[in-house]
Each structure stands twice: as C-alpha cells, then as structure tokens.
Design a protein around this ligand. Sequence first.
Ligand code: XMP
Length: 320
Amino acid sequence: MTGFFDEEEFINEAVELVQNSIPAPAKAIIACSGGVDSMVTATIASKAIGDRLLAVYVDNGLMRKDETDEVEAMMKNMGINYKIARAADEYFEALKGVEEPEQKRKIIGEKFIRVFERYAKEFGATYLLQGTIAPDWIESGDGTRDTIKSHHNVGGLPKDLGMTLCEPLRDLYKDEVRQVARALGVEASERQPFPGPALAIRCLGEVTPEKIAIVREACFIVEDEIMKASKADEIVRPWQYFAVLLPSKSVGVQGDRRAYGYTIAVRAVDSVDGMTATFSRLTLDVLNRISVRITDSMKSQVNRVVYDITSKPPATVEWE
Ligand code: XMP
C-alpha cells in the first residue's frame, strides 16, 4: 500500500502508456480471467487501442461456478473485443497424474500461454498485455527475495514468448486496483481475488474433473453463505473466502454404515493486499450452515468440513 493515490490520474497515464507502448497498426492480446486485475487492464487497453486489442478468456475447466458466462457478460458490457477459448480437456489431460503444487502451477501457466498463443497468432498480436500487480512480482523472487510461489503471472511464462510485454498495473497494490476499477465502472471491482491456477490449487494433489466439480460446488457454497451472512450484517465480509478439497479420505457415517469421504477445508481471511492475512473470525452459526450445506449437497463424496484458523504468515492464503 502506498499513501495518496489518484485513480483518475493513474487511468489517464495508463491509457497513454498503452497507446505509446503499442503504436498503430500493432495489435495486442490479453488473457482476461474476469478478475479485477485483468478486467481493469483490458478496460484501460481497450480505451487506449480499441479493437487492436483482443481479450481472450481461457475456459480451462478449473473456474468457479458460472464464471465463464459472467466474465463474458462483463467483457461485453465494457465494449471489449473478446473471444472465449474452450480448453478444459487439454488442461485435464496435461494435469493427469501430477501432484506436486509447483509442477501444477507450471503446467497450468504453460498451457495457458500455449492456448493463448494460438489466438495471438490468429489475431496477429505482437504485444501481450498482462494484469500483473506489485505483489505478483515481489513474491515471485526478483533476486532480492526468495521465491514463495512461482505466481502464474510470472513463473508460468515460457522464455520463448515472442511477444512484447506490457504491464500497466505493475506498480499497483490490490486496493489501488480496486479504486481504479470503481472509477472505470468495471463490474469486477468488488469480486474477491482468485488465483491464476484457479481451482487446481484448491484441489490438493492430483486434479481430476470429478474433484474439481466437488471443490467448485464447495467454493460456491462458501461464497454464497458468506455473502448472505454479510448482507444480513451477521459478519463483516472477509477479503477472500473459499473451499479446499483435501486429498485424503476419512471415515464417516452414512445412514447406518461407515463410509469413506473427502474433507473440505474452509478458508476465509482478512487482508489488504494478500501479502499478510489473518483468518476471519466467522461466527459458529455461519460455519455450521456452510458445513451442513456442503455435506448435505455432496453426501456421497464429502463427510467432513474443517475451518482453517491460521494466518499468513506462517501459512499462505491458498493451500498450494
Ligand atoms: P498466497 O497463497 O500466496 O496468496 O498467500 C496471496 C494472494 O494471491 C493469490 N494467489 C495467486 N494469484 N496467481 C495469482 O494470480 C497465483 O499463482 C496465485 N497464488 C496465490 C491468492 O488467491 C491470494 O489472493
């Protein structure tokens, strides 16, 4: 976080920067995840270079419930020139048998850029816009800090990219990006942050379509219950809140029989920029509603729900 930040001034400068960095008739491409960072970048770039920009939303099969439709609607509303790349099968194939978190991140980062490169070639883009913000590169190791995680925006990029990078939000922190989003009228402004590797890093161990379906539904329930509770002033809405599917099974009861089922960990944290975070003091009533709804709606798959009460540090926000 910095001191005073003038979002209007930032927008004008960023539009100018993109115009100067990408002179006509050059074309640029951006991967638009629908998160606040990429939506703000795409909106600024669209203002700067119009239809010389193509925003590509990669449907990797790892996104949240209804996300693809919502992001498409947002891009349409902002008048951005866009395409949807349907690539779920390719991702699941590449992730088969892979358990190691960093490996998963690398595969997803690389797959993403490959899918995306196909669109870039077709469009004739020579520039790549990215919504990288300060915490992304600070935590990715710039020679002075250890790599905590190879963040998708940085570590996942192969060296032979062949496009010139343009990152207009590079010096901003999350709260500043949200300020800019509000000023631009970007609907994504109040969305909670969502990691580039998506639900894959909330599904510990090997990723399969079945496990992703479980964690997707669990994430939806956590989001829905927390939104309802915060709208009813029962709790203050946390900064980020989601579910994690653990890789091992434990014993439970179903009817009068013992059954093996998965465990869902619920994570909710309060933070300003994700660099540090404290676990949210949700009420036991809210936690109970989440637990009952998850185990009721996925009876044959999930029989246990736990709440993560660690802050960052020593934990990270995500589990992988
Ligand atoms: P961690 O888990 O590092 O998360 O404490 C801090 C914030 O960053 C998000 N996150 C990511 N965002 N690519 C992203 O764009 C990533 O690989 C990634 N990993 C974590 C996380 O959701 C949290 O908001």
